[in-house]
Design a binder for this molecule. Sequence first.
Ligand code: ADP
Length: 498
Amino acid sequence: MASIRARLTTAYAATLVGTVAVLGAVLYAGQREATARSLSARARADADSALQVVDRVAADGIPTTTNDTLIGVVVTAALRTRLELVPDYVLVLDSTSRTLYNSAAVRQLDPDDQVRLSQVAMRLRVAGPPEPVALSDRQLLLGSGAPAGLPPGLHTAIYRVVAGVDMSTVEAFPRELLATEFIITPLVILISVIGAYVLSGRVFRPVDVIINEVQAISDGRSLHRRLAVDGAGDELRRLSETLNEMIARLETSFGGLRRFTADASHELKTPLAVLRADVERAITAPPHSTEQLVALEEALQETRRMADLVDSLLTLARADEGRFDIFREPVALDAIVREVGESAVILGEDAGLTVSILVLEPAVVRGDATRLRQLFMNLVMNAIKYTPRGGRIDISLSHRLDGVTFSVRDTGIGIAASDLPYIFERFWRADRARSRASERGGFGLGLAIGQWIAQAHGGSITVTSRLGRGSVFTVHLPAATDEPARADAETHAAAAQI
Ligand code: ADP
């Protein structure tokens, strides 16, 4: 948990640092660009205003240049006075790149810088983009303009006017910005990271509580306990609800497992005790006496019962594990039901019951013939076991569009409505004492296995019953898909009383 918190905080800090760094860089570059643009505009504007001064003087009919006997052509005093009013670096050049005028700012530069400046100034394209020039201690941005549209005679010597602005002002502002960023950013990041750490700690505290609670519940003896569910529909609430559902399922299946083990041991304990008593009786009885034979016969019966029980347990255990392979081949159910019916008629006669096959329609399902026979036989045997002498048992197999239906109706003791929900549970018997005492002798596993067989075939078993009136067990199975449904199939009805 702490590691998720630490990892989250680190990831957050990394993202924050990255974002702030990118933002700072973009901001710095943007600001630099904007300042450079405004400087370019200023350089051009300075050149324009110097040019306007020249043009205005010329327009007033005042000469702009004059020939000085000592230094050659220079700007006239009238133009010089006005040019001095233009700020920054201003140069007026003739066509041979000789400087006719330098502003005060230019004059203050050292001679090398002045030469460098006039060289670049000469190279500049008139009305082209401003160009930087590196001097010994500063950088200037130069903009250029040339007099136009005036009578050429008036300022023949003036070829171009160049103005420059100091670029250090460009650097100054972004550098200040950078310094501010360097001081503020770590502070902001530190505060945010501390905030994120505290916040994620608060977010994960309920998870900590859930872990502790689950640990307490999963000790094996507290599966009845549940996690407290609070929070307004957030992920933690869903987590608690999901864990509660899982714990409930675990509780049910552990309970089932405990019951199953207890029931299985109980069911094995009784026949073992009987077996032991029988063997003891056989040992003590005179050899080959009737008493010894009866005891051995009983021991054999108990052994058979135990073998049956172990067989059923094995079937269910394998079914639970999903290890039981059910064959999938076309099975003609009518043939199986006829066979089961014939056996039922014979067994029914012994029990004083009338067994009839009322409907026997041809039907094919995909499945396991042995398992399906076991399922039908089980239902029929139950009907025989739980129907008193003189009763009736009706068997039918019908094929409809929605599948195949096998049903066994008896006029037996029936099942109480309150018991109906449990009859498919393992080891469940309506009346255990009566079942054993009356030699009906089931283990309460037959219907559980039957239900598994039906479900493994994609079908189901349902039951309707009234206490004292009888029961109807119905198995519904899907028909084989390659076998067209034959709702109107020939009905082998009234094969009654075979
Ligand atoms: P058993 O081997 O005890 O018959 P089953 O799983 O087949 O086990 O049946 C479970 C219980 O359901 C039986 O013990 C019985 O109480 C009840 N039962 C099953 N079939 C019938 C029926 N046809 N009529 C009345 N009760 C039945």
